[in-house]
Design a protein around this ligand. Structure first.
Ligand SMILES: [Zn+2]
Length: 474
């Protein structure tokens, strides 16, 4: 059904809504810039990750096959600085943040990407690309020993961020060797950063151009092309990454491959907190963990982050989070009411009511992810069903159909708890079950037993099903 509706996304590069279809006719190849694991991700980061998840789930709702890659930046200016200051290896330093990131994704009900490549696993591939760019004359070695990309060699530089020509000319004479820079002017950017013992300690790789490490921009290009191919369908990220990061990705990738790197670029807008830029000094800086500590759930935070259209700046407020909680409570009490339907009555036009809602919901999503439109369809539907319930017009048959419909829209929204039993299982028990599964996979039987005993001691038992084990109250 959804296939009759063309799915459109706003492409930052062309500034137009474009119909999505896979370049290869089969699979949409989707790359999203992931975290730099030098710290806990904050809610501004998660706004982008939730948007990307919503996009991916929507594409799947439209029956697209999606292959999604999100990189993990484990080597850049920030991780090296952190490792050095704490006298740890890069791996040791990033480990807690790396683990926390995946825990946070789970808390926010973000579906795992198909691949999470780490930059340090692709150093050789990065070196190969630099060699190619040097051979073709797109790159040069500076007097400081770093290898730079020469933007004046790429006539298309600036086409994503729509930079003005003057700014480009000014940039032609300068270069920067830091991973991120905020200047609104273009500069030659670093592909390979020469080693500096004082700054880098023991962190470096050998290469034909000397000891050092790759530039951050090159990391994304390399992993995207290596895993998804030289032309990819969708590349997403926060608006902060559009310039220079994504502009630079285009330049180096296209000079290397000779092909168009990305068909559709999508960017999510900023998040501010109580109308102000989030900063630690203003005391309005939140990680997901800060909000969980205040008693909110991952679903509530997800709902708030998802509510505003992704291209609109989102003003995060505690009041907003409170009303997200209320909206979700309303949805949950609706589900409870539906679960209680047990009469033999059935509503003659239930199929049509659901079909209409599903079509409207789909149309809104297909229009560049119009989430407020899609949510208004859900709330209208609920109002309608509530009044049918008030009139005792619904029964068991309707319950089944309504729950199925909610399941299907929840495959996009990811905020509803539809399974009553599951809803009542505490998080620590669910986590223990996941850990036990992992232990069993690794044949760590003592740990698996220990976790089973823990689950039992809390009054739950483990049952098996075709979909894998689950827990229920003992
Ligand atoms: Zn990136």
């Amino acid at each position: 059904m959804q296939n009759d509706i063309p799915f459109k996304l706003f492409n930052t590069e062309t500034k137009q809504k474009e119909v999505v279809f896979p370049i290869d006719g089969k699979t949409l190849r989707f790359y999203a810039c992931g975290p730099t694991v030098y710290n806990y991700a904050h809610i501004g980061n998660f706004r982008t990750y939730v948007f990307e998840d919503l996009l991916r789930r929507s594409l799947e709702f439209f029956d697209f096959q999606v292959k999604m890659v999100m990189n993990i930046t484990d080597v850049d200016d920030k991780t090296i600085k952190g490792a050095k200051e704490n006298n740890l290896s890069l791996e040791e330093y990033i480990k807690p943040y790396f683990d926390a990131f995946f825990e946070d994704l789970k808390t926010l009900h973000i579906k795992p990407a198909d691949v999470y490549p780490k930059a340090t696993d692709y150093i050789q591939e990065m070196i190969d690309i630099i060699l190619d760019l040097l051979n073709k004359g797109y790159a040069y070695t500076g007097t400081d020993g770093c290898v730079y990309f020469s933007i004046k060699q790429f006539s298309n530089y600036g086409r994503l961020s729509h930079l003005k020509l003057q700014e480009l000319k000014k940039g032609a004479s300068q270069r920067v060797n830091v991973d991120e820079y905020e200047k609104e002017e273009a500069s030659d950017f670093v592909l390979w950063k020469a080693y500096d013992e004082k700054r880098d300690g023991k962190i470096y790789w050998d290469s034909p151009f000397g000891k050092g490490r790759p530039g951050w921009h090159l990391e994304c290009s390399t992993m995207a092309m290596k895993i998804l191919g030289k032309s990819i369908d969708i590349h997403a990220g926060g608006i902060d990454n559009m310039f220079p990061h994504h502009e630079n990705e285009i330049a180096q990738s296209e000079c290397y491959s000779g092909r168009q790197f990305v068909k559709i670029w999508v960017h999510s807008a900023h998040l501010v907190v109580e109308d102000k830029k989030m900063s630690k000094s203003l005391g309005n800086f939140y990680t997901l963990r800060d909000l969980l500590d205040k008693g909110y759930s991952g679903r509530q935070v997800r709902y708030l982050l998802m509510q505003a259209h992704y291209r609109t700046p989102l003003n995060f407020t505690m009041q907003g989070l409170e009303s997200a909680k209320l909206s979700l409570d309303r949805l949950q009490s609706f589900i409870e009411r539906i679960n209680g339907l047990d009469s033999d009555t059935s509503f003659p036009s239930m199929d049509k009511t659901i079909e209409d809602a599903k079509i409207s919901f789909s149309r809104f999503l297909a229009d560049d992810l119009n989430i407020s439109g899609a949510l208004s369809v859900v709330f209208d539907f609920i109002r309608n069903i509530h009044s049918l319930c008030d009139n005792n017009a619904l029964g068991k048959q309707d319950k089944k159909k309504i729950i199925e419909f909610l399941q299907s829209i929840n495959s996009v929204l990811g905020v509803l708890e539809l399974n009553k039993e599951e809803a009542e299982i505490p998080l620590e028990i669910k986590e223990a079950l996941d850990k036990r599964e992992e232990a069993r996979k690794n044949k760590n039987w003592p740990l698996a037993d220990e976790l089973r005993d823990f689950i039992l001691s809390k009054g739950y038992k483990i049952e098996d099903s075709p979909k894998g084990p689950y827990v229920k109250k003992a």
